[in-house]
Ligand binder design. Structure first.
Ligand code: MN
Length: 209
């Protein structure tokens, strides 16, 4: 999916702000989507406006992010990460991965429970603001990682590089209204709203590509 930065669109949610209750509350969703994500998106477009970068492919820029200004790293990451985040959430989510993804998870991490433990730990131990990820590397192997701020595994600055297929926002703005300081409770609740069909779709696309 290659898209020039000046052709990027603000994604629709696909469900209501209240749809993920009680796991993620309505006001958090509303502010997160209409204020935080909108700001990253607007700031990204402003940062590239009237520069050569606006005609470049968004993912190519992210993959070479060390060559670009920090405003593009922060806001480009913010737009990519939140777009992914909304897409892997669903009011009908939860349960476990299915199909080939489930097989790969069991194959690589030992069990779904072991993978969950690794992911939870990545999310809990990310100091300050950032994200936890399930990604696919260039050898098509799965990995669990975390990144600070709005970085992500696509970026050349990431410790573990690859394409994220599942991400959890652990910035306080993602949970503080409902969970205050209890990030682990928010992380536990996240598992109830993961859209595994969408995660599987992202995984399958990478296996083919
Ligand atoms: Mn966020």
């Amino acid at each position: 999916m290659s898209t020039k930065i000046n052709k990027l669109e603000f994604p629709s949610l696909g469900y209501g702000f209240e749809a993920l209750k009680p796991h993620i509350d309505k006001l958090t969703m509303q502010i997160h989507y209409t204020k935080h994500h909108q700001a990253y998106f607007g700031n990204l477009l402003a940062a590239v406006k009237d520069t050569d970068t606006e005609n470049l492919d968004f993912e190519v820029v992210l993959k070479n992010i060390s060559k670009y200004p920090v405003s593009i790293r922060n806001n480009g990451g913010g737009h990519f990460n939140h777009s992914l985040f909304w897409s892997i959430l669903s009011p009908n989510g939860g349960g476990e991965a299915k199909g080939e993804l489930k097989k790969a998870i069991v194959d690589q991490f030992g069990s779904f429970a072991k993978f969950k433990e690794l992911f939870d730990n990545a999310a809990k131990t990310r100091f300050g603001s950032g994200w936890a990820w399930l990604g696919v590397n260039s050898d098509k192997k799965l990995f669990v990682s975390s990144t600070p701020n709005q970085d992500n595994p696509l970026m050349d600055v990431a410790e573990q590089k690859g394409t994220p297929i599942l991400g959890l926002d652990v910035w306080e703005h993602a949970y503080y209204l409902n969970y205050q300081n209890r990030r682990p409770d928010y992380i536990s609740a996240f598992w109830n709203v993961i859209n595994w069909d969408e995660v599987e779709k992202k995984y399958s696309r990478l296996l083919v590509g």
